[in-house]
Write a protein that binds this ligand. Structure first.
Ligand code: NDP
Length: 313
């Protein structure tokens, strides 16, 4: 039994090179579930791993790919049986553990989530970590008690991977979404006052920086923000006043180490609350042999939409 993988090695200059190899199954890492991978995808983090390792990879040779979807081939885990359709996001797979840029992956079953019947393995990778993270943001706002009648929801970085899916989900759920895209001046300059007019019932923030500070200053009394990203850098010039004068709440979202139960809930909800057909027009397809060239492009921000990787191509 063998599998094909894009095997990465790091040279003395830290530069990573990749060669597609056929390896015997006993080269797969330890784990209680073996998955026949069908699709993976390309994230910014994957770009780092494929070019320099980004300090994320500890041992070489390595197989990247932080997300994958496929079919269980073999399982010693009572939660899975051969034939189950599964998805994996995060858990530092593709960084510390071999990932999805291969026709097989062996992982801990506890890291896997069963795919809802409505979501094919290809669409699961069009959703990817970005889409699953946007569902987590929406779930946080719902947990806060927000309903469409509460008012507008601001989504920052709305044309990005997380923001575009968050906008689509919130729209389908009946919210009026204010999608901030590009660098609208009214949002990118740091707020000149700690509290501005109350405008948004909730915020999904993917960028941080001045835009997030300005958004917080406009959240209505008792409202909430779900924050997951730092596209504009980690720091933000904010004030404590929106918290202590308007009683607002900020929910931090981490998709990587999130426990299994909310992951399963997020994927179940993606099956019902994301207009899946809208995703298809944003997707381009690649094979394992395209990845080394695509890696530097994603790091330079030259890729629009989602790249889905057919690992059998
Ligand atoms: P993308 O690169 O697809 O989108 C980011 C968007 O942010 C861009 O499209 C742009 O939006 C906007 N943006 C970029 N730079 C700036 C800036 N300087 N000022 C204002 N807006 C800016 O990234 P993703 O959507 O995939 O990820 C968004 C963030 O979420 C990233 O920081 C990522 O690391 C993080 N993330 C976190 C996860 C977690 O578990 N917490 C999981 C996944 C992602 P527009 O084009 O509309 O102008």
């Amino acid at each position: 039994m063998s599998f094909r993988a894009l095997v990465l090695s790091q040279g003395a200059d830290r530069k990573v090179s990749g060669v597609i190899e056929t390896l015997p199954d006993d080269k797969l890492p330890a784990g209680d579930v073996t998955v026949a991978v069908e699709y993976s995808t390309l994230n910014y983090k994957d770009g780092l791993v494929l070019t320099t390792g980004g300090g994320l990879v500890k041992t070489w040779p390595h197989v990247g790919g932080i997300d994958f979807a496929g079919t269980v081939e073999r399982s010693d885990n009572p939660g899975f049986k051969p034939g189950d359709k599964v998805v994996l996001n995060g858990w530092r797979v593709g960084e510390l553990h071999w990932g999805g840029y291969a026709t097989k992956a062996r992982v801990k079953g506890d890291w896997l989530v069963k795919l809802p019947a409505a979501i094919s393995s290809k669409r699961a990778m069009a959703i990817g970590t970005a889409g699953y993270t946007s569902m987590l943001c929406v779930m946080a706002l719902e947990k806060h008690g927000l309903k469409p009648a509460a008012g507008d929801i601001l989504v920052t970085g709305a044309a990005g991977g997380v923001g575009s899916v968050a906008t689509a989900i919130l729209g389908k759920l009946g919210y009026r979404v204010i999608a901030a895209t590009g660098r609208p001046q009214e949002l990118t300059e740091a707020p000149d006052r700690p509290l501005l007019s109350e405008r948004f019932a909730g915020v999904v923030d993917t960028v941080s920086g001045p835009m997030f500070a300005k958004a917080l200053a406009q959240v209505k009394y008792g409202g909430a923000a779900a924050v997951c990203g730092l596209a504009a850098g980690p720091a933000f010039p904010g004030s404590i006043l929106p918290f202590i004068l308007r009683g607002i709440t900020v929910y931090g979202i981490d998709s990587v180490m999130l426990p299994k139960a909310p992951r399963e809930e997020a994927w179940r909800r993606l099956g019902t609350d994301l207009p899946l057909d809208k995703l298809d027009s944003t997707v381009s397809e690649a094979g394992l042999s395209d990845l080394m060239a695509l890696a530097s492009k994603i790091l330079k921000g030259e890729i629009r939409g989602r790249v889905v990787v057919d690992v059998n191509k």
